[in-house]
Design a protein around this ligand. Structure first.
Ligand code: SF4
Ligand code: SF4
Length: 282
């Protein structure tokens, strides 16, 4: 039986919960290390190591480097491991002050100036994107499922119809209005980013009436390109499908509700990191 481990760095544990929900691996794999559900003192040698969470402090760096030495294959899982995620949003000094105010400074891990993706320190064999990746995606990686088919973009997995003659003149807030269950959310004035987002999640958000916020990251076409190229493509989709003023679209796309996800794969200014190859993106 193959052995696998999950090393949890700084994150919300959503990926780990999603993995636990994908319980079919139980018959095929022996889970030997995962702080959320399995307690052992140290990480033993494993066939596959999943890394969740970003690198936020020096303890994360140590755990990460230590763990990859014991693994045959390393998979970076989810937004935090791939781009820093929610842990990267906080104001650095403020976070440090709040954190240290309630702890003995010498006992706390030393915070790094920002949260880094794990590939600033190690070289994953694969990237499993999503916030969190769905149980089906976890299963496809763990079971090396050759039959797993992912669409190029989320729109191809969303069953909503795009209409030529339904052009909104203004954007709707995410929580506003009555959502039609059949029609593309862009036609209804919602900021849905599914047209340039990597498929594979089966589009749970737009299917349920909530715009896709691109947690799976850019599709292959944009993976090795600058964020402005991705942004420009998204904007062109809205220009072609709506009559919303261009500056309103631009402001909406740069608004906080999309900021966490929209530029996750390219917003690494200052990081000394080699470009990711699309072959490694799952
Ligand atoms: S833009 Fe959004 S709602 Fe429209 S088809 Fe694509 S994923 Fe579905
Ligand atoms: S539909 Fe978009 S936001 Fe929702 S899980 Fe898929 S990629 Fe993420």
């Amino acid at each position: 039986m193959k052995r696998f481990a999950v090393v949890q760095l700084s994150g919300c544990a959503g990926c780990d919960v999603s993995l636990v929900n994908a319980d079919a691996w139980v018959d095929e794999y022996k889970l030997v290390y995962m702080p959320l559900v399995v307690s052992t003192h140290d990480i033993p040698e494993v066939d596959i190591l999943l890394i969740t969470g970003g690198v936020r402090n020096d303890e994360d760096v140590y755990k990460l480097r230590h763990a990859v030495k014991r693994a045959q294959m390393v998979v970076a899982v989810g937004t935090c491991a791939i781009s820093g995620g929610v842990a990267n949003l906080g104001d650095r000094d403020e976070v440090r002050e709040v954190f240290l105010a309630h702890h003995q400074p010498h006992l706390a891990p030393r915070l790094l100036p920002k949260c880094h993706p794990v590939d600033n320190y190690v070289s994953p064999d694969l990237y499993l994107s999503g916030c969190p990746p769905t149980p089906e995606l976890f299963m496809a990686v763990l079971m090396e499922d050759q039959d797993f088919q992912a669409s190029r973009i989320v729109c191809q997995e969303c069953e909503r119809s795009k209409l030529r003659d339904m052009r909104p003149t203004h954007l709707m807030g995410f929580q506003q209005g009555q959502v039609d269950s059949e029609i593309c959310l862009i036609n209804q004035g919602y900021l849905c980013i599914g047209s340039s987002t990597r498929g594979g999640c089966r589009a749970p958000c737009p299917r349920a009436g909530h715009p896709c916020v691109a947690c799976r990251g850019p599709s292959d076409v944009f993976i090795e390109k600058d964020s402005e190229v991705w942004f420009g493509s998204i904007k062109r989709v809205f220009d072609s499908m709506t009559s919303v003023p261009s500056d309103e679209i631009e402001a909406g796309l740069r608004s906080p509700q999309l900021a966490l996800f929209l530029f996750q794969f390219s917003d690494y200014a200052g990081d000394d990191r080699a470009a990711r190859s699309r072959e490694k993106m799952f």
